[in-house]
Design a protein around this ligand. Structure first.
Ligand SMILES: C[S@@+](CC[C@H](N)C(=O)[O-])C[C@H]1O[C@@H](n2cnc3c(N)ncnc32)[C@H](O)[C@@H]1O
Length: 229
């Protein structure tokens, strides 16, 4: 069946030989697409649903695979409009991405071995990152590490591997005239994505009995882990 197995092909922009200026251009395009697709919406919607409002007023948040830090900038500006303070620490494997990030708490590191003590952040988030991990064992480590450094909540969101999403994204990227390498990586991201039952299996392997995994619009897969204080 089409897309029954996830692609193991590496993404163009993940290659270590990509230069800082190539990656800067990549994040300009990613941020444009992120704005149009409202990539911050699942976090604006679910964090206040999963945490009491009193907790939302003042949060420390770790964004894993943060790229140039656009999610943190977008969500902290939105939180300010609610009268809340959300302070982001951004982590990314790519030193070039961290170099583009104006957040003074941008840190180079891997999702699979987070360089922070247990329960360092109220909330741990990740978006459009998990499909970059090569193997299921890496995703298990990513989920386990996110839960280890979170005090209250983990919320992970990524693209879902689905034929209709692949077609819709292809049309969207073509209509927006995005550069070829970016378009090819975007489509490959969907082919590298995981499905709900696959994340459920990996969350169980990470020992996260309280994890919830669900799909939204057939395009996104989400995982939440609520932790007791
Ligand atoms: C598609 S970008 C998404 C960036 C950002 N989350 C966003 O949505 O704008 C994926 C990011 O994950 C990072 N990444 C890939 N593997 C990683 C790992 N093992 N640990 C941390 N970051 C990783 C890449 O360097 C890249 O910046």
């Amino acid at each position: 069946m089409f897309l029954a197995r996830r692609s193991a092909q590496a993404e163009y922009f993940d290659a270590p030989e990509r230069t800082a200026s190539e990656l800067a251009e990549h994040y300009v395009w990613l941020n444009r697409v992120n704005r149009v697709t409202r990539f911050d919406r699942p976090f604006r919607m679910w964090i206040p649903r999963l945490l009491p409002e009193s907790d939302c007023r003042d949060l420390t948040v770790l964004d894993v695979g943060a790229g140039d830090g656009e999610l943190g900038r977008t969500l902290s500006a939105w939180a300010r409009q609610q009268g809340w303070s959300w302070k982001f620490t951004d982590l990314d494997l790519s030193p070039h991405a961290c170099g583009l990030n104006p957040n003074p708490r941008a840190t180079v590191g891997s999702a699979t071995a987070l360089p922070f003590p247990d329960r360092s952040f109220d909330v741990v988030v990740a978006t459009t990152m998990t499909h970059h991990l090569p193997e299921e064992a890496d995703v298990v480590a990513h989920f386990r590490e996110a839960a280890r450094v979170a005090r209250r909540l983990v919320l992970v969101c990524d693209m879902q591997r689905s034929a209709w999403f692949l077609g819709a994204l292809g049309l969207f990227l073509w209509l927006h005239r995005v550069p070829r390498e970016f378009r090819e990586d975007g489509l490959l991201s969907v082919r590298r994505g995981w499905r709900v039952e696959e994340w459920q299996r990996m969350a169980a392997a990470a020992g996260l009995k309280q994890a919830r995994v669900w799909s939204e619009h057939g395009t996104r897969v989400l995982l939440s882990v609520e932790k007791k204080t």
